[in-house]
Each structure stands twice: as C-alpha cells, then as structure tokens.
Design a binder for this molecule. Structure first.
Ligand SMILES: [Zn+2]
Length: 98
C-alpha cells in the first residue's frame, strides 16, 4: 500500500498509526502556539507595487498567486498591516520579469 500512496492516506495499520502520531504532534504544537505566523505587509506591498509598475494587473496577480483579488487589493491599499507568512512567501516569489 505505501508504495502507491502516501502514508497520510494509506489505510494500513502502520500508516494509520503514523498519521495519528503526526496529527497528535501537529495539534500539540498548534495548542502551544495557536497564532498564525504573521509578518509585516510592507515588503509585500512594495513587491506588489513593483509588479503593478511592471504591468501586472491585480487580476494577473490573483491568477498567479492563487489569492483573491480583493485580498490583494486590501494589502495594496494598506488596509492589512500583517499578512500570513506563507502568503508573503507566495507573493514575493512572483518575479517582476515573468
Ligand atoms: Zn501503508
């Protein structure tokens, strides 16, 4: 079973034990630090502004990043001071030249 499928979805006993252990650890660390990892939006705003200067529309940015246009516009307007770190990484990884 584990040859063809990930241990996370494999129904055999050892894999289910492993999934349970993984979830247990995950929930434990969530309880210890439930806050989402947030970073200041500044660098993201700068980057989105640079992208827009290079001809990207907010729709292009939404398509490229997978985030809602309304979310990106809120960040661009400075209404969001903190963004999730995964979102910052995703947006900063869009290259101006691409
Ligand atoms: Zn298995």
């Amino acid at each position: 079973m584990h040859d063809t499928t990930s241990w996370r979805t494999c129904p055999c006993d050892p894999c289910r034990d492993r999934t349970r252990a993984y979830n247990r650890n995950y929930m434990r660390s969530k309880r210890k630090d439930p806050a989402p990892r947030l970073v200041p939006a500044d660098s993201v705003v700068d980057h989105l502004t640079a992208l827009r200067g290079a001809g990207w529309s907010t729709r292009d940015l939404a398509d490229a990043s997978g985030y809602a246009r309304s979310t990106l516009m809120r960040v661009l307007r400075g209404e969001t001071r903190l963004v999730r770190s995964v979102m910052a990484e995703d947006l900063l990884s869009i290259e101006v030249g691409s």
